[in-house]
Design a protein around this ligand. Structure first.
Ligand code: WQD
Length: 324
C-alpha cells in the first residue's frame, strides 16, 4: 500500500489488518508518519524507485497494490505543475513498472471526483465527461488513462476510485488527518474553533444554492477504507479495469457543515464570508449506483459521524503532549 502512512492510507491499512489481511505499507514519510501504520510492516521508499518497488512486491508476495501516495494540494499544483506531474504521474509509471516486473496483476488507484471538473449534472455518475480544472485533477485523470493502457499492454487490471470529499477520523481517535498540511474545509474549520489562532474564511455565500454556500459530498475515511477492500476483492474475483465514484450521494453546504461542527463542539466556528474561490464547483455529490452495484459497497456514515470523529481526533491531538 503506497502512502500507507498518510490519512486515507493509514485508515485502510488498519481496516485491512482488522479484516485479517496481510498488508505492507510503502511510504516515503515525506508527508506521513511511521506511527500511523501501527504494527503493519513499513518500507520507507519512493514510488519512483522502481527496483525497490519490484523487490518489495517479490519479498512480500504482493498480489495487489493500493496506490494512495500523491501530492493533493489543488492550489499548490497550480503553482508547481512539474512537482505534481513528476510525482503523481511519472512516479506512478515507475511504480507500475516495478509492479509489472514483479508480476503484480491488480491495482487500486486513489483517484478523485475532481477529474470531472465542474459537473454539468448532479448527482455525478461515471459517464460524466472528464474535464479536470487543475493540474492536480489532471494528474489523476492522466493516471487513470495510463492504467487503461497498462491493462492493454501488460494485463494489470485496476479500479480507479474517484473520492468525493474525504473527511472524519477513526472512531477511537487513534488515527486521523494531520491538520498541519490540511487546507480542506473540515480540519480548517475545527482548527479555527479549537485554537482560535485564525478564523475560517468561507469562500462565497452568493452561489445559487439554498443557503448560498457551496455543496459537497463529504465521505467518512472509514467508509473509503471499506471501499478499498471491496475494490481489492472485486479485482481478485476477476473484475475488469474501470473507475468508480466513492461518495455518500448526499450534498452538504458549508454552512450545514459549520452547524454540524457547532452541534458537536457546543460553540460556533469563528468564520468570515470572503469572495468566491476560483474553480470551485457550485455543487457536486456522487451518484452511488455503480459503487453499490459493482463493489457491493455503500457509505455507512454521514456528516454527523464525520464531524464527531474529526472533532474528537483533533481535540485529542491538542491534548496530547506536544513535541519539544
Ligand atoms: C470544500 C468546500 C470550498 C476551505 C477536495 C479536494 C479534491 C478532492 C475533492 C480528493 C469548497 C470551501 C474550503 C476553506 C472554504 N478530493 N472551503 N474555506 O475543493 O471540494 O476538493 O475534495 O482527491 O482533491 O481538494 O475541498 O475542502 O478545499 O473545499 O470555504 O478554508 O469548502 O470553497 O466549497 P474541495 P475543500
Amino acid at each position: 500500500m503506497t502512502g500507507g502512512a498518510g490519512y486515507i492510507g493509514s485508515h485502510t491499512v488498519r481496516a485491512l489488518r482488522e479484516a485479517g489481511r496481510s498488508v505492507v505499507a510503502y511510504d516515503s514519510l515525506e508527508l506521513g508518519t511511521a506511527a500511523a501504520v501501527g504494527d503493519a510492516p513499513l518500507i520507507v521508499g519512493d514510488i519512483a524507485d522502481r527496483d525497490l518497488v519490484e523487490r518489495t512486491c517479490r519479498e512480500h508476495d504482493v498480489s495487489a497494490i493500493v496506490h494512495f501516495a500523491a501530492y493533493k494540494n489543488v492550489g499548490e499544483s497550480m503553482q508547481s505543475p512539474t512537482k505534481y506531474f513528476d510525482n503523481n504521474v511519472a512516479g506512478t509509471v515507475r511504480l507500475l513498472d516495478g509492479a509489472v516486473a514483479a508480476g503484480v496483476g491488480q491495482f487500486v488507484f486513489s483517484s478523485s471526483c475532481s477529474v470531472y471538473g465542474t459537473p454539468a449534472v448532479v448527482p455525478v455518475d461515471e459517464t460524466q465527461p472528464i474535464d479536470p480544472e487543475s493540474v492536480y485533477a489532471e494528474t489523476k485523470a492522466t493516471v487513470e488513462r495510463v492504467l487503461r493502457w497498462y491493462d492493454v499492454v501488460h494485463g494489470i487490471r485496476s479500479i480507479s476510485l474517484r473520492y468525493f470529499n474525504a473527511a472524519g477520523a477513526s472512531f477511537d481517535s487513534r488515527i486521523g488527518e494531520d491538520w498541519t498540511f490540511a487546507l480542506n474545509l473540515i480540519p480548517v474549520a475545527i482548527r479555527a474553533l479549537l485554537t482560535g489562532d485564525r478564523e475560517l474564511q468561507v469562500f462565497g455565500d452568493d452561489y445559487p444554492t439554498p443557503d448560498g454556500t457551496c455543496v459537497r459530498d463529504y465521505i467518512h475515511v472509514d467508509d473509503l477504507a471499506a471501499a478499498h477492500i471491496a475494490a481489492i476483492d472485486h479485482l481478485a474475483s476477476g473484475g475488469t479495469t474501470t473507475a468508480v465514484n466513492l461518495g455518500t450521494g448526499v450534498g452538504s453546504s458549508i454552512l450545514e457543515v459549520l452547524d454540524a461542527i457547532e452541534a458537536v463542539a457546543g460553540s460556533p466556528v469563528p468564520h468570515r464570508i470572503v469572495p468566491r474561490r476560483e474553480g470551485d464547483p457550485v455543487a457536486t455529490f456522487s451518484d452511488t449506483t455503480r459503487s453499490t452495484d459493482l463493489l457491493g459497497w455503500r457509505a455507512q456514515y454521514g456528516l454527523k459521524e464525520i464531524v464527531e470523529t474529526a472533532y474528537r481526533w483533533h481535540q485529542s491531538q491538542l491534548d496530547a503532549p506536544q513535541p519539544d
